[in-house]
Design a protein around this ligand. Structure first.
Ligand SMILES: NC(=O)c1ccc[n+]([C@@H]2O[C@H](COP(=O)([O-])OP(=O)(O)OC[C@H]3O[C@@H](n4cnc5c(N)ncnc54)[C@H](OP(=O)(O)O)[C@@H]3O)[C@@H](O)[C@H]2O)c1
Length: 372
């Protein structure tokens, strides 16, 4: 049998070293927590020195935050207002002083046979503009043409029917219909893109064809018409475009997601074009009505908001605010009762920082909350 050599006992010197090592203070550990604020861990573990640093940093950051707050809330806005005032002075901004007059050309209005579009046509006729008007329903459109001609015999009015939801509708109107119209129709100095539809219900419940038709009518055709008719306005260095948005242009709209998105598109493109064209004598305005009493709302689809009297506006005052906003060369105008006060409030609440709250609010106004 092999004898296993036994381990020699530890020396005295080794035992002393071990004792010293155990007695030595632990090094400071600066462990950063996995949370978003590492400081509390650091303070706890690194002791009073870091606590003092923490307090000093807080004291130093307070005046920095105060300076930031003052800049953000007071100083920058003052500079911005001053900048905007300078940018709007007539010598720098051609649109500010290039008034569009009836003699400059006619007004072309889509969706002019009913609701807001018809009231816009009447308002412009009252201001002395000759009118080219269009809609889908020929019989009704011709009736409106006769009505305007009888009420304003001093102006000329021409109606044609067209399906603006058809693909290439804008090209058809510009290249095939307009050349057949009388000479006085050829110089369009005001373009109003009013024709629009809204199909309501959860996105998954609306037939695909209706969704695509809505985008075609509400967005593709207005883009095409603007592109074509701006050519003449640019040549004459004068003109105005009015696009019918909605208060839905500002917020996402559950129960009308696609409609809201088409209106957001119109607001966005109008504001951008308004800026691009600021020195050309041409302005683009998005009119953003709230609930307005027209045939737009089917009786069984009437939203909760349209049943609240202070929110529901009549078509004529709505149209007047749209036209005033256009003549004032505003990038957009929120219409509504009491100068659009209630609708501006709705827009603000809908835009509140909480996504869920904003969507719930808009959904409640348009529809009683219903889950898909
Ligand atoms: N009413 C509201 O509460 C409200 C709120 C915000 C924004 N808006 C917007 O305001 C605009 C006008 O709406 P409204 O309230 O005055 O509604 P409306 O009375 O129903 O008018 C809609 C107009 O669009 C025309 N239109 C519809 N489909 C067309 C097509 N395929 N081709 C050519 N024209 C077509 C209609 O012509 P036909 O009659 O011949 O079909 C009608 O003239 C719309 O863009 C709408 O989105 C309305």
């Amino acid at each position: 049998m092999l004898a296993v050599p036994s381990k020699p006992p530890p020396s005295k010197q080794y035992l002393n070293q071990l004792r010293l090592h155990k007695a030595a203070p632990a090094p400071i550990q600066v462990a950063v927590s996995s949370g978003t604020v590492p400081w509390p861990d650091l303070v706890v573990q690194a002791g009073p020195a870091v606590s003092a640093l923490y307090v000093i940093a807080l004291l130093l950051s307070a005046p920095i935050y105060l300076v930031y707050y003052l800049l953000d809330k007071f100083i920058f806005p003052i500079f911005l207002y001053a900048f905007e005032a300078i940018a709007r002075t007539p010598c720098l901004n051609a649109t500010a002083h290039s008034e569009v007059l009836p003699g400059d050309g006619c007004a072309f209005i889509t969706g002019a046979d009913s609701g807001i579009g018809k009231e816009i046509a009447l308002d412009l006729a009252n201001r002395g503009f000759d009118l080219v008007i269009t809609s889908h329903n020929e019989e009704h459109g011709e009736e409106v043409q006769r009505e305007i001609a009888a009420k304003y015999p001093q102006i000329k009015v021409k109606y044609f029917a067209a399906d603006l939801a058809a693909p290439d509708a804008a090209t058809h109107v510009y290249e095939e219909i307009f050349p057949l119209l009388p000479d006085w129709c050829q110089d369009v100095s005001i373009l109003v893109n009013d024709a629009g539809v809204g199909y309501y219900g959860a996105f998954v419940n609306v037939p695909t064809k209706k969704l695509q038709m809505m985008v075609q009518l509400n967005n593709n055709t207005p883009v095409g018409l603007m592109s074509y008719f701006l050519e003449g306005m640019m040549a004459r260095k004068r003109g105005m475009v009015l696009n019918l948005g909605s208060i839905q242009s500002f917020d996402p709209g559950p129960a009308e997601a696609t409609y809201g998105a088409t209106k957001a598109f119109l607001l966005s493109i109008s504001r951008a074009m308004h800026y691009e064209l600021r020195s050309t004598g041409i302005s683009v305005t998005a009119a953003c009505p709230g609930f307005t009493q027209t045939s737009f709302w089917k009786p069984d689809e009437e939203p909760l908001g349209a049943k609240i009297p202070c929110l529901l506006q009549q078509a004529a005052p709505c149209a007047a605010q749209c036209v005033e906003g256009m003549f004032a060369r505003k990038p957009y105008v929120v219409t509504g009762n009491v100068g659009g006060l209630f609708n501006r409030f709705l827009v603000t609440v809908g835009q509140m920082n909480s996504e869920d709250f904003g969507c719930w609010f808009v959904n409640t106004l348009w529809r009683l909350p219903k889950k898909v």
